[in-house]
Design a protein around this ligand. Structure first.
Ligand SMILES: Cc1cc2nc3c(=O)[nH]c(=O)nc-3n(C[C@H](O)[C@H](O)[C@H](O)COP(=O)(O)OP(=O)(O)OC[C@H]3O[C@@H](n4cnc5c(N)ncnc54)[C@H](O)[C@@H]3O)c2cc1C
Length: 454
């Protein structure tokens, strides 16, 4: 059978199959040293019917499908496997409807979250999940990974904003998981089953998202500390005092210095740690909260407290914070961003371990995290050709340590191929067996994004 000719019948103008055209789709943002496998072809369906036809064809012929949005995941979740076709959703990127009265948006999967929020902004509405590369990250990718970002502590992550999904299953059948209602407990919550499933259970072709009113005011405070331990302790104190900031991020010295070096914005580079705290809400209450927050920060030993004075300064700081990953890429050929969650009272232990491993294996490490959630991102800048073995040893020690202190493998970046090795140690065995059964039920031929997650 000529796969290309068969696919041409479904998507005549939206198909790539020449080696030089599809080479790039063997990769994604994750720079995991896994084996690189070329897909057979890349298809760009325009609508649900075409996605369904592609799935029917793949199901019949036992060909794997690799759903792909912009490939910006950090865990190898879009790496092709043997005998696979990449299903690229870039032609399904329309905002179908924004319903202000009912606070929902209906979108195709490849809408960039940044573009969605630009449209919502005009209506004073807001979709909080923010995978930090807003201009590129898509709704479909964020749903499939259950992405989070800096606002999760207050607003929750993607799963809290998905109301209803249209999904094409492995055999090509099309289902709608719920209704476009704010509440619905009629039947099992199968919508959530697809959220965070990393494209292994179905192909998302439409999503209904919950929206919230946009906060009137946002205010960023940066608090600098002489040690990471002091900064981490301060996180707990802020929460103990009843604060739920929309962002409570922790940046170490190396992250601060790298951001400032490549995107100068006045960060204090001689400090060991910084807390980036955003308060949002009504203007009066935000300024009232700010006074109390400052008192807490001072009591907890913050050496410098810097306040964004207006929206422009707010934006500059956010731009700098979002640039951390790209800034690091200027240091070494590869940057591998890891993601783990630990109980909040173990953040200091985890950061100490990261620093210890960085020294032991001599790999440049810049750590930041959404400290309010106990979610830590160590970024490793390295030359994989020379440092691969050391990195793999470091990675093993890193994740087994996180698991040993009650943590887990990912809070928002997913498991993909990159952390699959540890999954047996991260999930209770009966739960793991149940997950395997669910996968088998929905994808008996294992054609949907195989070799990821489980
Ligand atoms: C600089 C940078 C910073 C980041 N910071 C954060 C952060 O703070 N928080 C965070 O959560 N994430 C962060 N991320 C990663 C983020 O998770 C991803 O960028 C995003 O969630 C999804 O990216 P994408 O749209 O490119 O999807 P892809 O990477 O293309 O795909 C992601 C997953 O979704 C699946 N998929 C895609 N489309 C569909 C579909 N229609 N149906 C079924 N499955 C589908 C894919 O198979 C894959 O498993 C960051 C990434 C970068 C590059």
């Amino acid at each position: 059978m000529d796969i290309v000719n068969e696919l041409k019948k479904i998507c005549p103008d939206n198909l790539l199959y020449k080696k030089e055209d599809i080479f790039v789709y063997a990769y994604d943002t994750s720079q995991n040293p896994d084996k690189i496998i070329m897909p057979l072809a890349v298809v760009f369906p325009k609508n649900t019917s075409e996605v369904s036809k592609i799935a029917k064809f793949a199901y019949k012929n036992n060909i794997s499908l690799i759903p792909r949005a912009m490939g910006t995941n950090h865990c190898g979740a879009t790496r092709p496997s043997e005998k696979s076709i990449v299903v690229h959703f870039s032609k399904m990127d329309k905002i179908i409807k924004i319903d202000k009265e009912n606070l929902v948006a209906i979108v195709e999967p490849n809408v960039a979250i940044g573009n969605l929020n630009k449209e919502l902004d005009k209506l004073n509405l807001f979709f909080p999940p923010d995978p930090s590369n807003l201009a590129v990250s898509t709704v479909g990718g964020a749903i499939a990974l259950c992405a989070g970002g800096p606002r999760t502590f207050k607003y929750g992550n993607t799963k809290d904003y998905v109301i209803n999904l249209e999904v094409v299953l492995a055999d090509g059948s099309i289902i709608e998981t719920s209704k476009n209602l704010a509440k619905n407990v009629t039947g099992y919550n199968i919508t959530s089953l697809f959220v965070g499933s990393e494209g292994t259970l179905g192909l998302i072709t439409k999503a209904t998202l919950k929206l919230i009113p946009k906060p009137q005011t946002r205010l960023i405070t940066m608090a600098y500390f002489d040690s990471l331990v002091e900064a981490a302790k301060c996180v707990n104190e802020i929460i103990n005092q009843g604060f739920i900031p929309s962002t409570l991020d922790l940046l170490d010295k190396y992250t601060i210095q790298t951001i400032e070096k490549f995107n100068p914005c006045g960060l204090l580079i001689d400090k060991e740690a910084m807390l980036l705290i955003e308060l949002d809400g009504f203007k009066k209450s935000v300024f009232y909260e700010l006074e109390i927050l400052k008192e807490i920060l001072e009591k907890q030993g913050a050496k410098n407290i810097v306040q964004a004075k207006n929206d422009e300064e707010n934006e500059n700081i956010w731009r700098a914070r979002r640039s951390a990953f790209s800034a690091l890429t200027q240091l070494k050929p590869s940057v591998i961003t890891e993601d783990m969650v630990v109980p909040r009272n173990k953040i200091v232990d985890m950061i100490n371990k990261i620093q210890e491993l960085s020294k032991k294996y001599n790999i440049i490490t810049a750590t930041m995290g959404h400290a309010g959630d106990g979610n830590i991102h160590p970024n490793f800048a390295l030359d994989l050709e020379k440092e691969k073995d050391n990195f793999l040893k470091l990675k093993d020690e890193l994740f087994y340590y996180a698991l040993s202190i009650g943590g887990t493998l990912s809070g928002e970046h997913g498991v993909g191929t990159h952390k699959k090795k540890y999954i047996n140690d991260a999930i209770e065995q009966n739960a793991y067996k149940l997950m395997k059964k669910i996968k088998k039920l929905l994808d008996e031929r294992n054609i949907l994004n195989p070799n990821k997650t489980l």
